[in-house]
Design a protein around this ligand. Structure first.
Ligand code: AMP
Length: 190
């Protein structure tokens, strides 16, 4: 299975990505986690990404695309992958398509996590208190939601046009949402 997860910050992509990757025994690639690890280690990539992340802006496409293309070459992605947080722009989606077309391994599905803004703020406020993420302050959350609406939401149409879009109701218990996703994916592949 080769899947991308779309949806605003706080929609539960990270939690579900781990479960989906486990289910299909494939790679779980979370770009935000990779950036945070690089920031913590003080690598050149981390230093380049940090100011964008702290503001709640997207890291420039060239940096993200190079990082993800390298990550997809790691053997755990040979049997497939769940991309959590990538692509976030049309340019990133095109780079991914190009890479996968070259390998003759197209995407199977793009899941869009649908959730109300009210529920998002409730979840992100909880995550901010728990994880102390510098980009989970209320003002930065608002900005990240705007960035999502402008830069990432167009990918919903992009994947719908390619027949890959699966809409996921992301409200509910974690187990229920996982079950919905696995059912939807099974229905899509039959
Ligand atoms: P996340 O944990 O997925 O919410 O990502 C945290 C931050 O990492 C984002 O707000 C961006 O600054 C950066 N980031 C993660 N993935 C991407 C991406 N695909 N494109 C650009 N920036 C990204």
């Amino acid at each position: 299975m080769r899947i991308v997860l779309l949806g605003p910050p706080g929609a539960g992509k990270g939690t579900q990505a781990v479960r989906i990757a486990e289910h299909f025994a494939c790679g779980d690639v979370a770009t935000g986690d990779i950036f945070r690890a690089n920031v913590a280690e003080g690598t050149p990539l981390g230093r380049a990404a940090q100011e964008y992340m702290d503001r709640g802006d997207l890291v420039p496409d060239d940096l993200v695309i190079a990082m993800v293309m390298e990550r997809l070459s790691v053997p755990d992605c040979g049997s497939g992958f769940v991309l959590d947080g990538f692509p976030r722009t049309v340019a990133q989606a095109e780079a991914l398509d190009h890479r996968l077309a070259g390998l003759d391994t197209p995407l199977d599905a793009a899941l869009h996590f649908e959730i109300t803004e009210e529920e998002l703020f409730r979840r992100l406020a909880g995550r901010s208190a728990e994880l102390h993420r510098s980009d989970d302050s209320e003002q930065t959350i608002r900005h990240r939601l705007e960035v999502f609406a402008i830069k990432t939401r167009p990918l919903v149409d992009y994947y719908a046009r390619r027949g890959l879009l699966v809409l996921v109701d992301a409200i509910g218990k974690v187990d229920e949402v996982t079950k919905r996703i696995l059912n939807d994916l099974a229905a899509k592949s039959t």
